[in-house]
Design a binder for this molecule. Structure first.
Ligand code: THU
Length: 128
C-alpha cells in the first residue's frame, strides 16, 4: 500500500472519532510489515486526561491482535496537518524507532517523516 492510499484509510476514519470536547477529529492507519492494516480514531473523555489519540488506538488494536512489526502510520485530521503528540511518539518508539510517519493537509500534500527525526533519543529501558 502506498503513502497516499494509507493516508486515505486514515481519512476514512474521521467520522468515527469521538471528540465532543475538542471537536478535532483524528484518524490513523497503521501498516504492519506484512501488509496488514489497523485503523484508529481519537477517543476523548470527560476527564480530558484519559483521552486516547488515534495513533495509540491503532497501535493498541494491532498489538492486542498479536502484531508488533510496523512499517508506517498515516495520520489525518479534521483541522489540517497533524503530527503525532509527544506521548504517541514515545509509544510508537517502543515498536519501531524508524517508523515512517505520513501526515498532511490532504492526500495531495503529504509530508513523510521518520520517527527518529520527530523523537531523537527516545526512551528505552536498557539491559543492565
Ligand atoms: N490527537 C490525536 O488523536 N492525535 C494527534 O496526533 C494529536 C492529537 C487528539 C487528541 C484530542 O482528542 C484531540 O486530538 C485534540 O488534541
Amino acid at each position: 500500500m502506498d503513502e497516499k492510499a494509507l493516508f486515505l484509510e486514515a481519512k476514512k476514519m474521521l467520522p468515527l472519532a469521538y471528540a465532543p470536547f475538542s471537536n478535532f477529529h483524528v484518524g490513523a492507519a497503521l501498516l504492519t510489515k506484512d501488509g496488514k492494516l489497523f485503523t484508529g480514531v481519537n477517543v476523548e473523555n470527560s476527564s480530558y486526561g484519559a483521552t486516547i489519540c488515534a495513533e495509540r488506538t491503532a497501535f493498541v488494536k494491532a498489538v492486542s491482535e498479536g502484531y508488533r512489526d510496523f512499517s508506517a502510520i498515516a495520520i489525518a485530521s479534521s483541522g489540517g496537518e497533524a503530527l503525532p503528540c509527544g506521548i504517541c511518539r514515545q509509544f510508537m518508539y517502543e515498536f519501531n524507532d524508524d517508523l515512517k510517519i505520513i501526515c498532511g493537509e490532504d492526500e495531495n500534500n503529504l509530508h513523510i517523516y521518520r520517527l527518529n527525526e520527530l523523537l531523537p533519543g527516545g526512551f528505552r529501558l536498557r539491559e543492565k
